[in-house]
Design a binder for this molecule. Structure first.
Ligand SMILES: C[S@@+](CC[C@H](N)C(=O)[O-])C[C@H]1O[C@@H](n2cnc3c(N)ncnc32)[C@H](O)[C@@H]1O
Length: 144
């Protein structure tokens, strides 16, 4: 009824949608209608990440760990590398995206300079609206 609206769980739908998105290469991305908007969005995020890390370090933290809720396919991995963080926890409802994120991280690590210390990382497939952050790694996956 209008007074007691049904609570609909969209998590499976959301996971299915993001899981079905294909990862496309740079060439295909540059032909996208939102190419410039995406670049702007990425630039803005880099600035924000830089500012926040500066604040965190200014407050005395030497070791920086980041919890990236909704990490997707790892679009921000390079930003965290540039930020010089120590540890990254990547969580997303879409298990396929989390797998791609992990491969991307492994690739980034392989291609890094021998003397460069890349942050360690953990990858978790979970609905982040349903769990306390400290329990994230005890979760089961959302079925595709
Ligand atoms: C617009 S994408 C952003 C991906 C990534 N942060 C990036 O910038 O490339 C939003 C992401 O949020 C994830 N997401 C949506 N609802 C979620 C939930 N309840 N728990 C965890 N992840 C969720 C989606 O699966 C998707 O990967």
């Amino acid at each position: 009824s209008v007074l007691s609206p049904q609570v609909i769980d969209h998590s499976v739908k959301v996971a299915r949608h993001y899981n079905s998105l294909q990862e496309v290469g740079l060439a295909a991305r540059s032909r996208s209608r939102i190419f410039f908007m995406r670049n702007f969005n990425n630039w803005l995020k880099s600035i924000l990440i830089g500012e926040v890390l500066e604040k965190v370090r200014g407050a005395g933290s030497q070791q920086v760990s980041v919890l990236d809720l909704g990490c997707g396919k790892g679009g921000d991995l390079l930003k965290w590398r540039r930020g010089g963080i120590n540890h990254l926890v990547c969580a997303d409802i879409a298990a396929v995206s989390v797998d791609q994120c992990e491969s991307r991280y492994d690739d980034m690590k392989k291609k890094s300079y021998a003397n460069e210390k890349i942050y360690s990382a953990q990858f978790i497939s979970a609905d982040c609206t349903k769990v306390e952050p400290q329990h994230l790694d005890q979760l089961t996956e959302v079925e595709p």
